[in-house]
Design a protein around this ligand. Structure first.
Ligand code: AMP
Length: 548
């Protein structure tokens, strides 16, 4: 083959540091506001943030950190965590964000597996660090994200972040780094087995930030005041800490208080226009707002993802509060954005009900990601909105293997997501289940998500999970496990009757069990595996009828 004619363009690598450098230079006065763990509010600008990120880079270099080394964070959404994102990746080390809600043994496993050399932690995790430190002997230092005055009393010797920064001047040029070099390391939430690491590169992080900012993706702009509720330890807060400096959006960080009242008050005080989070936190916010009888004065859009957005929640946001819900689907292995439910011009001419149905789905891919659904033999299934199949993806910001694991998870060059979906003729994705969660009744699939969505729409239901229960005739039948809303009652039979006319008759749960709480993973997802274990011996009344 002959050598291609090369373009005659500047060869600027796509480096994560360029995002913050851009914001500092062109949106230098735009604010970043944080609710601090010390109890007060902190305000500064992108310009200040870049200077301090550079001081951190200098401090880490002074500590002997080499490019490629992993620096871990155990921290909430806040300005120091943002500095850690850029101060580590900016000189070529890797920012490893750890989910502090995991069990300590899992965190220790992750720190050791990643071979983290330093760990930066919020002071609320002091006790956790004392538990971890003896199990992580290779960590060279633990750095508390605070000043000397607020250093917690700990067994582990720690350094204060502010003291480390104060020793550096912040006059520093971000080096140009090979854009294929590693930038961030995020471990999957691990509902089964040990957590697995997804190692992103500078190139994929910057491309993801471009993609995320598009109008039909997260649609961020310099006119937005953005409050990421999704934590910075969960898939880089869905890329908002990169898309916000790229677009020049104001950032508002909530710290550790994610209850409805705290979030609402911060949104109002900072005139937040845009937010993003998982359904569980929105449930808390909406409940608070209803009880307090208050409304949003500035919020106009919110991304909901991480789990399926219940249709009832979408209706409440849109119809009661005039907030556009952008339902999004993705996963750690894809940085995370895959699809978002934004309508095309043609779709937006359809009836309000049809539009709503579309928004309840997971939506259209962003440029940079491709998807397909396949049958168990790997044959591609039609995009007719009916055929269910295993969802496979590929693209710029999808992993090709897990960190420190040589086995490729790819199938014919595609990454199997573990989700089951339909795709309709408009290319709209609809996640119907995780492959392991799907209920197979008489050889036919029942979507547990659809069953849960109906339950959630009942006024007495706070949370619901639908799992497969063994059945002598049908192999599996749906069992609904429900947490009741405080102060409102409902019976098993009333709930079963509630399904009439809403789903196919054979999808109606065979039984309903009420519990005080449901098991969740560290990222707020229902732990269906655990729930199935708890109800392994549950006998469905229909099973007894079948046996009689
Ligand atoms: P994580 O890697 O922890 O972000 O989890 C990714 C998984 O969460 C996906 O594979 C889906 O099973 C689930 N998920 C994420 N977003 C959605 C959504 N909008 N609807 C349904 N499931 C979702």
């Amino acid at each position: 083959m002959t050598t291609p004619l090369l373009g005659q363009m500047m060869d600027t690598p796509l480096n994560v540091s360029s995002l913050l450098a851009h914001a500092a230079r062109h949106f230098g006065n735009t604010e970043i506001v944080s609710r601090r763990l010390e109890g007060d509010m902190h305000r500064y600008t992108y310009r200040d943030c870049e200077k301090r990120a550079k001081q951190l880079a200098q401090a880490l270099i002074a500590l002997g950190v080499q490019p490629g080394e992993r620096i871990a964070t155990l921290a909430w959404c806040g300005y120091r965590h943002l500095e850690a994102y850029y101060g580590t990746t900016g000189f070529g080390s890797v920012c490893h964000t750890i989910n502090p809600r995991l069990f300590p043994e899992q965190i220790a496993y992750i720190v050791n597996h990643a071979d983290d050399s330093y760990v930066l932690f919020d002071i609320s995790f002091a006790e956790l660090v004392d538990t971890l430190a003896p199990q992580c002997p290779k960590v060279r230092g633990w750095i508390a994200l605070t000043d000397d005055a607020h250093l917690p009393d700990m067994q582990t010797p720690v350094m204060s972040y502010e003291t480390l920064l104060a020793a550096q001047g912040g006059v520093y040029e971000w080096p140009l780094i090979d854009e294929r070099a590693a930038s961030y390391l995020c471990y999957t939430s691990g509902t089964t087995g040990n957590p697995k690491g997804a190692l992103y590169s500078h190139r994929t992080t910057v491309l993801h930030a471009y993609g995320a900012s598009l109008p039909d993706a997260m649609s961020l702009s310099a006119r937005d005041s953005v409050l990421p509720v999704v934590p910075m330890f969960h898939v880089n807060a869905w890329g908002i800490p990169h898309a916000a400096p790229l677009t020049g959006a104001k950032l508002v960080f909530p710290g550790k208080d994610l209850d409805g009242k705290s979030l609402y008050e911060l949104m109002e005080a900072e005139r937040v226009t845009y937010s993003a989070g998982v359904p569980t936190v929105w449930l808390g916010l909406l409940t608070y707002m209803k009880q307090a009888g208050v409304r949003f004065s500035s919020l106009n859009r919110t991304v909901i993802g991480g789990s399926a957005c219940p249709p009832a929640m979408l209706r409440t946001f849109q119809d009661d509060y005039g907030v556009e819900v952008i339902h999004a689907w993705g996963m750690t292995e894809m940085s995370p954005l895959g699809t978002l439910a934004k309508l095309t011009w043609e779709q937006s001419q359809r009836s309000p009900d049809e539009q709503r149905e579309l928004r309840e789905k997971q939506g259209h891919v962003i440029y940079g990601v491709d998807m397909k659904i396949v049958d168990p033999d790997g044959n591609e299934l039609p995009w007719d909105g009916v055929a269910f199949g295993d969802l496979h993806v590929r693209g710029h910001w999808v992993i090709n293997r897990y960190f420190r694991n040589e086995d490729s998870p790819l199938v014919d060059g595609w990454f199997p997501t573990g989700d089951v979906a339909t795709i309709d003729p408009d290319s709209f994705l609809h996640i119907t289940d995780r492959s392991k969660d799907v209920i197979k009744s008489g050889g036919e699939w029942i979507s547990s998500i659809d069953i849960e969505n109906v339950a959630i729409a009942h006024p007495a239901v706070a949370e619901a999970a639908c799992i497969a229960c063994a059945h002598p005739k049908w192999t599996e039948r749906p069992l609904l496990v429900v947490v009741k809303r405080k102060g409102i009652d409902v019976t098993r039979d009333e709930l079963i009757a509630f399904y009439q006319g809403k789903v196919a008759k054979w999808w109606i749960p065979d039984d309903v069990v009420f519990v005080d709480e449901l098991p969740h993973t560290a990222t707020g997802k229902l732990q269906k595996l655990k729930l199935r274990e708890i109800f392994r011996d549950h006998v469905l009344p229909s099973a007894l009828e079948g046996a009689a």
